[in-house]
Design a binder for this molecule. Sequence first.
Ligand code: SAM
Ligand code: CA
Length: 263
Amino acid sequence: PGPEMPLFSVSKEVAVGTAMLGVAFATGMLAGKKYPLVFGTPKSSKSIIGKSNPLWQYILDHSLREHPILKKLRLLTADHPWSKMMVSCDQAQLMANLVKLIKAKKVIEIGVFTGYNTLNMALVLPDNGRVIACDINEDYVKIGKPLWKEAGVEHKIDLRIKPAIQTLDELLASGEAETFDFAFIDADKESCNEYYEKCLRLIKKGGIIAIDNVLWSGRVLKPRKDDLATQSIHHLNEKLHRDARVNISMLPMGDGVTLVFKL
Ligand code: SAM
Ligand code: CA
């Protein structure tokens, strides 16, 4: 047997704060047993396969390799009243793997919250790599910032506290189109199409955009006319399906994430 990765146990921590906020939308079959597939958000992580599903724990127990400081930030965020906004840890790991795979140097995050995924990406970037981290709420970011420092990656994070559209426009205006490798779109859903179009201009051919919450707790199945967030996500999903500028994969991970590969 080859060398083994250090494994960071998550069982106990994920068992903390078991409140499920979701609603059961479907049922799944495994080994003759029915498990509820829950669209929802356990306090410390979220997944379409909800916390009450033993498969969720199995997935984490058999795949999560979380840096100790990243875990510390996840647990710290779990106590926040808006902890459900934090990206799911398995999804963050996928993004870190993609960032490494494409040898990314410049990445954008739209929507930082406490900075779990900002730290996650900074940890795998080379020392001269940069995350342009966009948020409007400094109070959220302040929670995670000391841990960016503790992990020794603070110098890779360029935090811009202002509306993300403004930051993206500034990057485009300063000649940074087609210089980014990866973008994660995870802020106000009403603007997701604008974020997508601007990120598509900013990333290189072969670059990747990850768009979060594309299933929006199942609401995309029946978008109400007065629900602008759901309408906006649904329209972008429809557009991406036909968008010849990119290849896509829509994954049922977390609250749904679409990976967009620029051609
Ligand atoms: N990506 C984060 C993570 O890894 O845990 C979660 C982001 S949270 C779902 C959404 C964030 O978007 C919030 O922190 C919010 O302050 C921010 N936000 C909302 N509107 C924004 C805007 N117009 N520009 C930039 N950030 C915005
Ligand atoms: Ca999200």
